[in-house]
Design a protein around this ligand. Structure first.
Ligand code: NAP
Ligand code: GDD
Length: 377
Protein backbone atom coordinates (compact mmCIF):
# COMPACT_ATOMS: atom_id res chain seq x y z
CA UNK A 1 0.00 0.00 0.00
CA UNK A 2 1.26 3.45 -0.88
CA UNK A 3 1.39 5.92 1.99
CA UNK A 4 -0.84 8.96 1.62
CA UNK A 5 0.46 12.45 2.34
CA UNK A 6 -1.42 15.72 2.38
CA UNK A 7 0.60 18.87 1.76
CA UNK A 8 -0.90 22.28 2.49
CA UNK A 9 1.00 24.96 0.58
CA UNK A 10 1.84 22.53 -2.22
CA UNK A 11 2.20 25.33 -4.78
CA UNK A 12 4.94 27.01 -2.72
CA UNK A 13 8.71 26.50 -2.81
CA UNK A 14 8.84 23.76 -0.17
CA UNK A 15 5.58 22.16 -1.27
CA UNK A 16 7.03 21.57 -4.72
CA UNK A 17 10.30 19.98 -3.53
CA UNK A 18 8.52 17.92 -0.89
CA UNK A 19 5.97 16.59 -3.43
CA UNK A 20 8.83 15.53 -5.67
CA UNK A 21 10.58 13.76 -2.78
CA UNK A 22 7.47 11.95 -1.51
CA UNK A 23 6.41 10.82 -4.98
CA UNK A 24 9.90 9.37 -5.48
CA UNK A 25 9.40 7.49 -2.22
CA UNK A 26 6.18 5.95 -3.52
CA UNK A 27 3.64 8.16 -1.74
CA UNK A 28 0.33 9.28 -3.17
CA UNK A 29 0.55 13.01 -2.62
CA UNK A 30 -2.53 15.20 -2.16
CA UNK A 31 -2.15 18.94 -2.12
CA UNK A 32 -4.34 21.85 -1.15
CA UNK A 33 -4.34 24.69 -3.61
CA UNK A 34 -6.22 27.91 -3.06
CA UNK A 35 -8.26 29.28 -5.91
CA UNK A 36 -6.60 32.18 -7.74
CA UNK A 37 -7.38 33.92 -11.00
CA UNK A 38 -4.31 32.36 -12.62
CA UNK A 39 -3.42 28.68 -12.30
CA UNK A 40 -0.31 29.18 -10.17
CA UNK A 41 0.97 25.60 -10.37
CA UNK A 42 4.26 26.39 -12.16
CA UNK A 43 6.38 24.81 -9.46
CA UNK A 44 4.55 21.47 -9.62
CA UNK A 45 3.57 21.33 -13.29
CA UNK A 46 6.27 18.70 -13.94
CA UNK A 47 4.55 16.42 -11.39
CA UNK A 48 0.95 17.20 -12.30
CA UNK A 49 -1.29 14.44 -13.64
CA UNK A 50 -4.47 14.93 -15.63
CA UNK A 51 -7.48 14.41 -13.31
CA UNK A 52 -8.97 12.08 -15.92
CA UNK A 53 -5.98 9.78 -15.65
CA UNK A 54 -6.36 6.63 -13.56
CA UNK A 55 -3.60 5.89 -11.01
CA UNK A 56 -2.50 9.41 -10.18
CA UNK A 57 0.22 9.98 -7.59
CA UNK A 58 -0.46 13.72 -7.31
CA UNK A 59 -3.96 15.00 -6.61
CA UNK A 60 -4.89 18.64 -6.06
CA UNK A 61 -7.85 19.87 -4.03
CA UNK A 62 -9.16 23.40 -3.87
CA UNK A 63 -9.02 24.67 -0.33
CA UNK A 64 -7.95 27.41 2.00
CA UNK A 65 -6.40 27.53 5.45
CA UNK A 66 -9.11 29.95 6.54
CA UNK A 67 -11.91 27.46 5.78
CA UNK A 68 -12.26 24.79 8.47
CA UNK A 69 -15.09 22.91 6.82
CA UNK A 70 -13.18 22.57 3.59
CA UNK A 71 -10.05 21.36 5.41
CA UNK A 72 -12.05 18.82 7.41
CA UNK A 73 -13.79 17.52 4.29
CA UNK A 74 -10.49 17.03 2.45
CA UNK A 75 -8.82 15.29 5.41
CA UNK A 76 -11.86 13.10 5.94
CA UNK A 77 -11.90 12.09 2.29
CA UNK A 78 -8.24 11.20 1.90
CA UNK A 79 -7.45 9.90 5.44
CA UNK A 80 -3.77 10.86 5.20
CA UNK A 81 -0.95 9.01 6.95
CA UNK A 82 1.04 12.24 7.06
CA UNK A 83 0.13 15.91 6.83
CA UNK A 84 2.79 18.51 6.07
CA UNK A 85 1.35 21.88 7.04
CA UNK A 86 3.38 24.25 4.88
CA UNK A 87 0.69 26.75 3.87
CA UNK A 88 1.33 30.23 5.19
CA UNK A 89 1.39 33.90 4.46
CA UNK A 90 5.13 33.45 4.65
CA UNK A 91 6.49 36.94 3.95
CA UNK A 92 7.71 38.71 7.09
CA UNK A 93 7.51 42.27 5.66
CA UNK A 94 4.03 41.65 4.22
CA UNK A 95 2.85 40.42 7.63
CA UNK A 96 3.19 43.99 8.96
CA UNK A 97 0.68 45.05 6.29
CA UNK A 98 -1.68 42.07 6.72
CA UNK A 99 -1.32 41.07 10.38
CA UNK A 100 -4.85 39.76 10.91
CA UNK A 101 -4.82 37.66 7.75
CA UNK A 102 -1.37 36.34 8.62
CA UNK A 103 -2.57 35.29 12.09
CA UNK A 104 -5.65 33.65 10.61
CA UNK A 105 -3.78 31.59 8.00
CA UNK A 106 -0.63 30.76 9.93
CA UNK A 107 -1.93 30.54 13.49
CA UNK A 108 -5.57 29.52 13.29
CA UNK A 109 -4.93 27.58 10.08
CA UNK A 110 -2.66 25.23 12.03
CA UNK A 111 -5.29 24.86 14.74
CA UNK A 112 -7.89 24.01 12.08
CA UNK A 113 -5.76 21.14 10.77
CA UNK A 114 -5.05 19.77 14.25
CA UNK A 115 -8.68 20.04 15.28
CA UNK A 116 -9.82 18.28 12.08
CA UNK A 117 -7.54 15.35 12.86
CA UNK A 118 -8.97 15.18 16.38
CA UNK A 119 -12.61 15.47 15.29
CA UNK A 120 -12.14 12.83 12.58
CA UNK A 121 -10.58 10.47 15.14
CA UNK A 122 -7.39 10.23 13.14
CA UNK A 123 -5.10 11.02 16.07
CA UNK A 124 -3.60 7.51 16.02
CA UNK A 125 -3.21 7.38 12.26
CA UNK A 126 -2.19 10.80 10.99
CA UNK A 127 1.22 12.28 11.71
CA UNK A 128 1.60 16.01 11.31
CA UNK A 129 4.56 18.20 10.47
CA UNK A 130 4.25 21.90 11.33
CA UNK A 131 6.40 24.36 9.37
CA UNK A 132 7.88 26.32 12.25
CA UNK A 133 10.59 28.86 11.72
CA UNK A 134 13.80 30.44 12.94
CA UNK A 135 11.87 33.73 12.91
CA UNK A 136 10.57 32.57 16.31
CA UNK A 137 14.01 33.48 17.72
CA UNK A 138 13.65 37.05 16.43
CA UNK A 139 15.66 39.21 18.79
CA UNK A 140 17.91 36.27 19.45
CA UNK A 141 18.51 35.50 23.12
CA UNK A 142 21.55 33.32 22.38
CA UNK A 143 23.70 32.45 19.38
CA UNK A 144 23.64 29.95 17.77
CA UNK A 145 19.98 29.18 18.27
CA UNK A 146 18.89 25.65 19.15
CA UNK A 147 15.72 23.88 20.32
CA UNK A 148 16.07 25.24 23.87
CA UNK A 149 16.75 28.88 22.93
CA UNK A 150 13.93 31.16 24.16
CA UNK A 151 11.74 32.73 21.48
CA UNK A 152 11.36 36.48 20.93
CA UNK A 153 9.18 37.04 17.83
CA UNK A 154 9.66 40.34 16.02
CA UNK A 155 6.81 40.44 13.49
CA UNK A 156 3.14 39.52 13.09
CA UNK A 157 4.42 36.60 11.00
CA UNK A 158 6.65 35.32 13.81
CA UNK A 159 3.91 35.86 16.42
CA UNK A 160 1.45 33.85 14.31
CA UNK A 161 4.02 31.06 13.97
CA UNK A 162 4.60 31.13 17.73
CA UNK A 163 0.93 30.25 18.25
CA UNK A 164 1.19 27.49 15.64
CA UNK A 165 4.33 26.11 17.32
CA UNK A 166 2.70 25.89 20.75
CA UNK A 167 -0.68 24.61 19.59
CA UNK A 168 1.15 21.79 17.80
CA UNK A 169 2.92 20.86 21.03
CA UNK A 170 -0.29 21.21 22.99
CA UNK A 171 -2.15 18.76 20.72
CA UNK A 172 0.77 16.36 20.95
CA UNK A 173 0.61 16.43 24.75
CA UNK A 174 -3.16 16.66 25.18
CA UNK A 175 -4.25 14.08 22.60
CA UNK A 176 -1.10 12.01 22.18
CA UNK A 177 -0.80 13.05 18.56
CA UNK A 178 2.31 12.52 16.45
CA UNK A 179 2.68 16.26 15.88
CA UNK A 180 6.13 17.81 15.31
CA UNK A 181 7.70 21.20 14.68
CA UNK A 182 10.53 21.63 12.22
CA UNK A 183 12.19 24.91 13.22
CA UNK A 184 13.70 25.60 9.84
CA UNK A 185 16.20 28.36 9.18
CA UNK A 186 16.02 30.21 5.85
CA UNK A 187 16.15 27.95 2.84
CA UNK A 188 16.21 29.09 -0.72
CA UNK A 189 16.27 27.70 -4.26
CA UNK A 190 15.47 28.64 -7.85
CA UNK A 191 11.81 28.11 -6.76
CA UNK A 192 12.05 30.80 -4.06
CA UNK A 193 9.42 33.54 -4.33
CA UNK A 194 10.78 36.61 -6.14
CA UNK A 195 10.27 38.98 -3.19
CA UNK A 196 12.50 37.09 -0.72
CA UNK A 197 15.94 38.59 -0.54
CA UNK A 198 18.11 35.88 -2.16
CA UNK A 199 15.86 35.39 -5.18
CA UNK A 200 15.37 39.14 -5.51
CA UNK A 201 19.16 39.43 -5.78
CA UNK A 202 19.78 36.55 -8.21
CA UNK A 203 16.89 37.65 -10.41
CA UNK A 204 18.04 41.29 -10.41
CA UNK A 205 21.60 40.26 -11.22
CA UNK A 206 20.34 38.39 -14.29
CA UNK A 207 18.29 41.37 -15.40
CA UNK A 208 21.13 43.82 -14.87
CA UNK A 209 23.67 41.82 -16.88
CA UNK A 210 21.18 41.06 -19.63
CA UNK A 211 20.37 44.77 -19.92
CA UNK A 212 16.76 45.01 -18.74
CA UNK A 213 17.34 46.51 -15.26
CA UNK A 214 19.74 49.24 -14.17
CA UNK A 215 19.65 49.20 -10.38
CA UNK A 216 18.65 46.96 -7.52
CA UNK A 217 16.98 48.66 -4.54
CA UNK A 218 17.47 46.90 -1.21
CA UNK A 219 16.63 47.27 2.49
CA UNK A 220 18.83 46.34 5.47
CA UNK A 221 22.09 44.89 4.13
CA UNK A 222 23.59 44.13 7.53
CA UNK A 223 21.22 41.44 8.77
CA UNK A 224 22.61 37.91 8.76
CA UNK A 225 20.85 34.73 7.73
CA UNK A 226 21.72 31.03 7.88
CA UNK A 227 20.81 29.98 4.34
CA UNK A 228 20.40 26.42 3.11
CA UNK A 229 18.91 24.80 0.01
CA UNK A 230 15.19 23.91 0.14
CA UNK A 231 15.97 20.51 -1.42
CA UNK A 232 17.95 19.54 1.68
CA UNK A 233 15.35 20.95 4.06
CA UNK A 234 12.38 18.96 2.73
CA UNK A 235 14.43 15.80 3.42
CA UNK A 236 14.49 16.87 7.07
CA UNK A 237 10.69 17.37 7.08
CA UNK A 238 10.23 13.83 5.84
CA UNK A 239 12.70 12.39 8.38
CA UNK A 240 11.00 14.21 11.27
CA UNK A 241 7.80 12.27 10.57
CA UNK A 242 9.58 8.89 10.26
CA UNK A 243 10.93 8.81 13.85
CA UNK A 244 9.62 6.56 16.62
CA UNK A 245 8.58 9.52 18.75
CA UNK A 246 7.27 12.95 17.84
CA UNK A 247 9.68 15.79 18.59
CA UNK A 248 10.81 19.26 17.49
CA UNK A 249 14.03 19.93 15.56
CA UNK A 250 16.14 22.87 14.44
CA UNK A 251 17.25 22.53 10.80
CA UNK A 252 20.11 24.82 9.77
CA UNK A 253 23.55 24.90 8.16
CA UNK A 254 25.37 26.61 11.05
CA UNK A 255 26.79 29.37 8.82
CA UNK A 256 25.44 32.93 8.77
CA UNK A 257 26.13 35.51 6.06
CA UNK A 258 25.10 39.15 5.73
CA UNK A 259 22.85 40.25 2.89
CA UNK A 260 25.73 42.46 1.71
CA UNK A 261 28.07 39.46 1.47
CA UNK A 262 25.43 37.45 -0.32
CA UNK A 263 25.25 40.22 -2.95
CA UNK A 264 29.06 40.38 -3.25
CA UNK A 265 29.31 36.60 -3.65
CA UNK A 266 26.49 36.48 -6.18
CA UNK A 267 27.97 39.15 -8.45
CA UNK A 268 31.44 37.67 -8.11
CA UNK A 269 30.14 34.31 -9.37
CA UNK A 270 29.76 35.80 -12.84
CA UNK A 271 32.96 37.84 -12.74
CA UNK A 272 31.68 41.17 -11.38
CA UNK A 273 33.43 42.86 -8.45
CA UNK A 274 31.37 45.31 -6.41
CA UNK A 275 32.45 47.89 -3.87
CA UNK A 276 30.06 49.02 -1.13
CA UNK A 277 30.48 52.57 0.14
CA UNK A 278 28.46 54.97 2.29
CA UNK A 279 26.22 54.14 5.23
CA UNK A 280 22.54 53.47 5.95
CA UNK A 281 20.17 54.85 3.36
CA UNK A 282 23.15 56.31 1.43
CA UNK A 283 25.00 53.03 1.01
CA UNK A 284 25.59 51.99 -2.60
CA UNK A 285 27.27 49.13 -4.41
CA UNK A 286 29.37 50.09 -7.45
CA UNK A 287 30.78 47.77 -10.13
CA UNK A 288 34.54 48.26 -9.89
CA UNK A 289 35.86 45.64 -12.25
CA UNK A 290 35.01 42.68 -14.40
CA UNK A 291 36.66 39.32 -15.05
CA UNK A 292 35.67 38.97 -18.70
CA UNK A 293 36.62 35.29 -18.98
CA UNK A 294 34.32 34.30 -16.11
CA UNK A 295 31.59 36.57 -17.46
CA UNK A 296 31.77 35.05 -20.94
CA UNK A 297 31.64 31.52 -19.54
CA UNK A 298 28.73 32.16 -17.20
CA UNK A 299 26.65 34.72 -19.10
CA UNK A 300 27.86 34.83 -22.71
CA UNK A 301 29.99 37.03 -24.95
CA UNK A 302 26.88 38.57 -26.46
CA UNK A 303 26.23 40.52 -23.25
CA UNK A 304 29.78 41.78 -22.65
CA UNK A 305 29.16 45.29 -23.99
CA UNK A 306 26.18 45.79 -21.68
CA UNK A 307 28.20 45.06 -18.56
CA UNK A 308 31.35 46.93 -19.70
CA UNK A 309 29.25 50.12 -19.82
CA UNK A 310 28.18 49.62 -16.21
CA UNK A 311 31.70 49.60 -14.73
CA UNK A 312 31.96 52.57 -12.36
CA UNK A 313 28.19 52.79 -11.89
CA UNK A 314 26.21 52.19 -8.70
CA UNK A 315 23.97 49.19 -9.31
CA UNK A 316 22.91 48.60 -5.69
CA UNK A 317 20.99 51.31 -3.84
CA UNK A 318 18.93 51.47 -0.67
CA UNK A 319 15.23 52.24 -0.43
CA UNK A 320 13.77 52.51 3.07
CA UNK A 321 10.52 50.91 1.79
CA UNK A 322 12.26 47.60 2.31
CA UNK A 323 13.15 48.26 5.97
CA UNK A 324 11.00 46.47 8.53
CA UNK A 325 9.45 48.17 11.59
CA UNK A 326 11.29 45.61 13.73
CA UNK A 327 14.19 43.69 12.21
CA UNK A 328 15.67 40.29 12.96
CA UNK A 329 19.39 41.02 12.76
CA UNK A 330 20.96 37.60 13.24
CA UNK A 331 19.79 34.05 12.68
CA UNK A 332 22.32 31.25 13.05
CA UNK A 333 21.18 27.73 13.80
CA UNK A 334 22.66 24.81 15.70
CA UNK A 335 21.20 21.64 14.17
CA UNK A 336 23.17 19.18 16.32
CA UNK A 337 20.00 17.41 17.46
CA UNK A 338 18.92 16.83 13.85
CA UNK A 339 22.43 15.67 12.88
CA UNK A 340 22.43 13.14 15.75
CA UNK A 341 18.85 11.91 15.79
CA UNK A 342 17.67 12.29 12.19
CA UNK A 343 21.13 11.70 10.69
CA UNK A 344 20.33 14.76 8.58
CA UNK A 345 23.09 16.91 7.10
CA UNK A 346 22.82 19.54 4.37
CA UNK A 347 24.36 18.58 1.04
CA UNK A 348 24.36 22.06 -0.51
CA UNK A 349 26.84 24.77 0.51
CA UNK A 350 25.97 28.45 0.09
CA UNK A 351 28.17 28.53 -3.03
CA UNK A 352 26.27 25.62 -4.57
CA UNK A 353 22.96 27.27 -3.69
CA UNK A 354 23.98 30.54 -5.35
CA UNK A 355 25.24 28.69 -8.45
CA UNK A 356 21.93 26.87 -8.75
CA UNK A 357 19.90 30.08 -8.37
CA UNK A 358 21.99 32.17 -10.79
CA UNK A 359 22.02 29.46 -13.45
CA UNK A 360 18.24 29.13 -13.42
CA UNK A 361 17.62 32.89 -13.26
CA UNK A 362 19.94 33.58 -16.19
CA UNK A 363 18.15 30.91 -18.23
CA UNK A 364 14.74 32.21 -17.23
CA UNK A 365 15.59 35.86 -17.90
CA UNK A 366 17.02 35.00 -21.30
CA UNK A 367 13.80 33.10 -22.10
CA UNK A 368 11.52 35.89 -21.00
CA UNK A 369 13.63 38.84 -22.08
CA UNK A 370 11.32 39.76 -24.91
CA UNK A 371 8.48 40.41 -22.46
CA UNK A 372 10.52 43.17 -20.75
CA UNK A 373 9.47 42.44 -17.16
CA UNK A 374 11.32 45.29 -15.48
CA UNK A 375 9.21 45.67 -12.34
CA UNK A 376 10.88 45.51 -8.92
CA UNK A 377 8.83 44.31 -5.97
P1 NAP B 1 5.90 29.90 0.09
O1 NAP B 1 6.72 29.62 -1.12
O2 NAP B 1 5.46 31.29 0.37
O3 NAP B 1 4.59 28.96 -0.01
C1 NAP B 1 3.49 29.17 0.83
C2 NAP B 1 2.36 28.27 0.38
O4 NAP B 1 1.21 28.51 1.19
C3 NAP B 1 1.90 28.53 -1.08
O5 NAP B 1 1.53 27.31 -1.66
C4 NAP B 1 0.67 29.39 -0.87
O6 NAP B 1 -0.23 29.35 -1.94
C5 NAP B 1 0.08 28.73 0.35
N1 NAP B 1 -0.90 29.57 1.02
C6 NAP B 1 -0.79 30.83 1.46
N2 NAP B 1 -1.93 31.27 2.02
C7 NAP B 1 -2.80 30.23 1.94
C8 NAP B 1 -4.15 30.05 2.33
N3 NAP B 1 -4.86 31.03 2.90
N4 NAP B 1 -4.72 28.85 2.11
C9 NAP B 1 -4.05 27.84 1.49
N5 NAP B 1 -2.77 27.96 1.09
C10 NAP B 1 -2.16 29.14 1.31
O7 NAP B 1 6.63 29.38 1.40
P2 NAP B 1 7.82 28.31 1.54
O8 NAP B 1 9.10 29.03 1.48
O9 NAP B 1 7.55 27.17 0.66
O10 NAP B 1 7.63 27.88 3.07
C11 NAP B 1 6.79 26.79 3.43
C12 NAP B 1 6.41 26.93 4.89
O11 NAP B 1 7.59 26.91 5.69
C13 NAP B 1 5.70 28.21 5.26
O12 NAP B 1 4.78 27.90 6.29
C14 NAP B 1 6.80 29.10 5.81
O13 NAP B 1 6.25 30.05 6.71
C15 NAP B 1 7.66 28.08 6.50
N6 NAP B 1 9.09 28.39 6.58
C16 NAP B 1 9.79 28.74 5.47
C17 NAP B 1 11.15 28.97 5.55
C18 NAP B 1 11.97 29.35 4.35
O14 NAP B 1 13.08 29.84 4.53
N7 NAP B 1 11.49 29.11 3.15
C19 NAP B 1 11.81 28.83 6.79
C20 NAP B 1 11.06 28.45 7.90
C21 NAP B 1 9.70 28.22 7.79
P3 NAP B 1 -0.04 30.31 -3.23
O15 NAP B 1 0.95 29.59 -4.11
O16 NAP B 1 -1.41 30.35 -3.78
O17 NAP B 1 0.46 31.63 -2.74
N1 GDD C 1 12.66 40.50 1.28
C1 GDD C 1 13.64 41.42 1.35
N2 GDD C 1 13.76 42.37 0.36
N3 GDD C 1 14.49 41.36 2.39
C2 GDD C 1 15.49 42.28 2.43
C3 GDD C 1 15.66 43.26 1.45
C4 GDD C 1 14.74 43.31 0.37
O1 GDD C 1 14.83 44.15 -0.52
N4 GDD C 1 16.76 44.00 1.76
C5 GDD C 1 17.24 43.50 2.89
N5 GDD C 1 16.48 42.46 3.31
C6 GDD C 1 16.68 41.68 4.54
C7 GDD C 1 15.45 41.61 5.44
O2 GDD C 1 15.29 42.82 6.16
C8 GDD C 1 15.82 40.41 6.30
O3 GDD C 1 16.66 40.82 7.35
C9 GDD C 1 16.62 39.52 5.35
O4 GDD C 1 16.95 40.33 4.21
C10 GDD C 1 15.91 38.27 4.87
O5 GDD C 1 14.65 38.63 4.34
P1 GDD C 1 13.72 37.58 3.56
O6 GDD C 1 14.47 36.94 2.46
O7 GDD C 1 12.45 38.30 3.22
O8 GDD C 1 13.47 36.42 4.62
P2 GDD C 1 13.12 36.44 6.17
O9 GDD C 1 14.35 36.00 6.90
O10 GDD C 1 12.48 37.69 6.58
O11 GDD C 1 12.00 35.30 6.24
C11 GDD C 1 12.16 34.07 5.55
O12 GDD C 1 12.81 33.13 6.37
C12 GDD C 1 12.09 32.75 7.55
C13 GDD C 1 12.96 31.75 8.32
O13 GDD C 1 13.89 32.45 9.11
C14 GDD C 1 10.77 33.57 5.12
O14 GDD C 1 10.92 32.46 4.28
C15 GDD C 1 9.94 33.15 6.32
O15 GDD C 1 8.73 32.54 5.87
C16 GDD C 1 10.76 32.13 7.14
O16 GDD C 1 10.04 31.74 8.27
Amino acid sequence: MNKIALITGITGQDGAYLSELLIKKGYIVHGIKRRSSLLNTNRIDHLYKDPNQFDRNLVLHYGDMTDSINLTRIISKIQPDEIYNLAAQSHVKVSFDTPEYTANVNGLGTLRILESIRLLKLTNKTRIYQASTSELYGLAQETPQKETTPFYPRSPYAASKLYAYWITINYREAYNMFACNGILFNHESPFRGETFVTRKITQALSRIVLGIQNELYMGNLSSKRDWGHAKDYVQAMYLILQQDKPDDYVIATGIATTIRDFILKTFKKIGINLLFKGKGINETGMIIDLDEDIFITKVGELYLDIIRKKIGLDVIKINSTYFRPTEVELLLGDATKAYNKLLWKPHYTLDMLIDDMITKDLEETKRYIKTRHTKQY
